[in-house]
Design a protein around this ligand. Structure first.
Ligand code: ARG
Length: 459
């Protein structure tokens, strides 16, 4: 018999039960559901709404149920629809009358809002830990490569010289923002909705603050209608995870390019790449491709929940039961991708020689050549035009700025002297880029220190 069977004259159709039930996916909230119920029962006891004996037998049985679920001795069926009713039904089966009193001054609507928040709070700190681990791996790679010159690109065309360390620190900064976004999301999520009741609060003299404190919330939600209708916190987390995955997808794309024979800037460890069933020479960057692909899936989860919530009238509507699967899917996806991605980065080999030759052939020191002329007194725009002509001349004659003779230089401008070769040497170009945030080894060491401090303070 259903917990809510009072006003019904017959049972629901079996197909309805199947569609209606959420137990198949919300059973993962069992711990949060039980913790919430224990806090609720204790508050009812201290407010004089339940007797101390009832509270003792309820909380004792709830703890026993938790233990049984964790040991695999207790599983749930469709019969009790969702995790909230399943736990309550099991409680009443074990302790009788007292179990039936637990749901006083509470609704499943505030219960589900509470459970998800509790669950997400835990997941956010796990995911943060995984991001921080990836950042540490990037810092390690950066520290070892502050002098590893490579070309940086715009439009995927070789643009200016940088180092592999500078590149790694770019991603570390993106991930730092992901961590801060999660903190921010957590802070707004950190309010207990319990005590909203079904939607209009309750006539019982409950103490919402006590429940909130017991469960580790910073405070309580301020409006009972909003408390049960709000899924912003879930949407915010999905947005944070979408941005995180977007970052990982950009990184993945670069890894995939860098692994190709055309680049060969890096080599992935055998443990983090796969082969082909037909082409014996292949070593594929499947991990990076999967992370890139799964990014679409997390975006889908965000769009799913935005669409579920669109135009829903206040307060609870059953549509909202559809919040959980996309949310869980996005969390599971991020949790699965991050550690593998970190290990892939940690174990990859850097091919500094290939980076260096790509940096030498692509005129990435052309800006420095123009800057040289500026130092000799030419206006930048004119220096730019002269250098452009030189590059054109080099391309036609299959030369580079490094291999051009001084006389050839002088035919474009009398300002060129012997010191031009020193000025356009890649090492000079790199060391000179010591503006804050730039790729010079000193600038990058400062960036590494900044992220190291962040990691120390956050971990
Ligand atoms: N299983 C429901 C959900 O996940 C719990 C809340 C149900 N409330 C209700 N009034 N039917 O959203």
């Amino acid at each position: 018999m259903k917990l809510w069977s009072g006003r019904f004259e017959k049972n629901t159709d079996a197909l309805v039960d199947e569609l209606n039930a959420s137990i198949e996916f919300d059973s993962r909230l069992y711990r949060e559901d039980i913790e919430g119920s224990i806090a609720h029962a204790e508050m009812l006891g201290s407010a004089g709404i339940l007797t101390e004996d009832d509270v003792k037998s309820i909380t004792g049985a709830l703890r026993a149920i938790l233990g049984d679920i964790e040991e695999g001795r207790l599983t749930f069926s469709l019969e009790n629809e969702d995790i909230h009713m399943s736990v309550e039904a099991e409680l009443t089966r074990r302790i009788g009358e007292a179990g039936k009193r637990l749901h006083t001054a509470r609704s499943r609507n505030d219960q589900v809002a509470l459970d998800i928040r509790l669950y997400l709070k835990k997941e956010i700190s796990e995911i943060k830990g995984l991001i921080l681990a990836l950042m540490s791996a990037l810092v390690r790679k950066a520290e070892a490569n502050t002098e590893t010159i490579m070309p940086a690109y715009t439009h995927l065309q070789r643009a200016q010289p940088t180092t592999f360390a500078h590149y790694m620190m770019a991603y570390a900064n993106m991930l730092r923002r992901d961590v801060l976004r999660l903190d921010d999301c957590l802070e707004r999520m950190n309010e207990s909705p319990l005590g909203s009741g079904a939607l209009a609060g309750t006539t019982y003299p409950i103490d919402r603050g006590m429940v909130a404190r017991a469960l580790g919330f910073a405070g309580v939600t301020q409006n009972s209608l909003d408390g049960v209708s709000d899924r912003d916190f879930a949407l915010e987390l999905l947005s944070c995870l979408s941005i995180l995955m977007m970052h990982l997808s950009r990184f993945s794309e670069e890894i995939i390019l860098w692994c190709s024979w055309e680049f060969k800037f890096i080599e992935l460890d055998d443990a983090y790449s796969t082969g082909s069933s037909i082409m014996p020479q292949k070593k594929n960057p499947d991990i990076a491709e999967l992370v890139r692909g799964k990014t679409g899936r997390v975006y889908g989860d965000l769009i799913t929940l935005l669409t579920v919530m669109k135009a829903l009238p206040l307060a609870y509507n059953k549509d909202m039961q559809e919040d959980k699967e996309p949310l869980f899917d996005a969390i599971d996806t991020a949790r699965k991708c991050l550690p593998v991605f970190t290990a892939m980065i940690d174990t990859m080999t850097i091919r500094a020689d290939n980076m260096r030759s790509a940096a030498s052939g692509g005129f990435i020191n052309a800006t420095d050549c123009a800057d040289y002329l500026v130092r000799k007194g030419l206006a930048f725009r004119d220096a730019y035009t002269v250098t452009g002509r030189i590059v054109n001349y080099c391309i036609a004659g299959k030369k580079t700025l490094e291999t051009l003779g001084l006389e050839e230089y002088r035919s474009f401008s009398p300002l060129f002297g012997e010191d031009v070769f020193e000025a356009i040497a890649l090492e000079t170009c790199l060391k000179g880029r010591k503006s804050e945030g730039g790729p010079s080894p000193d600038s990058v060491r400062a960036q590494i220190e900044y992220i190291r401090t962040f990691l120390r303070q956050t971990m």
